[in-house]
Design a protein around this ligand. Sequence first.
Ligand SMILES: [Zn+2]
Length: 204
Amino acid sequence: MIGRSILQSALALVALAAGPLRAFDTVIIDAGHGGSDRGGIPRQRIPEDEWTLKTALRLSAEIKQRGFTVVMTRTSDEDVSLAQRCRIANSRRDAIFVSVHYDAYRREAADGITAYYASSRSEKLARSINSRMVSALRPSTNRGAKRARFYVIRNTLCPAVLVECGFLTNKAESKRIQTSEYQDSLAKAIADGVTDYRKYRTGR
Ligand SMILES: [Zn+2]
């Protein structure tokens, strides 16, 4: 038999995971990889971890301008474990989690952007960000908002999204990614998606 208090805390955890539909004021921004983990695929020329940090820092400035509190999982080239990233996210109340990544594939032709979510609780957030990214960046391929089981979006309790902001292994796309125009539009687009999602949550 399950003790009443265990059952109650289990129910409380389920309620927390489901998340009441109310406003959030904190955005946890996770720059993928870093330190000894360069990200990407072997022999990739443009290091993923450098670009995730650049984008995350820009995004942080953009998000703060809109009145949110920002918590970064890293702000320099350092090792932060996946478990630690989730602990940082799970220590905040009324938050959402945005993990920034760039894609890579051994076939150079692969391109496009994707927003991943792990459960239905995070689907709306992923769709909001994906649609803003598509209209602002006009990528050759929209890979859409998709369900996936990446560690950081599976082990965070708040709504969580992992965005793949383009392929660093695609010549044309990586060239665009490395321009300040692209970085600027990208940061604004993700922030717009977050703002849209807050409107959806608060009904305003
Ligand atoms: Zn990555």
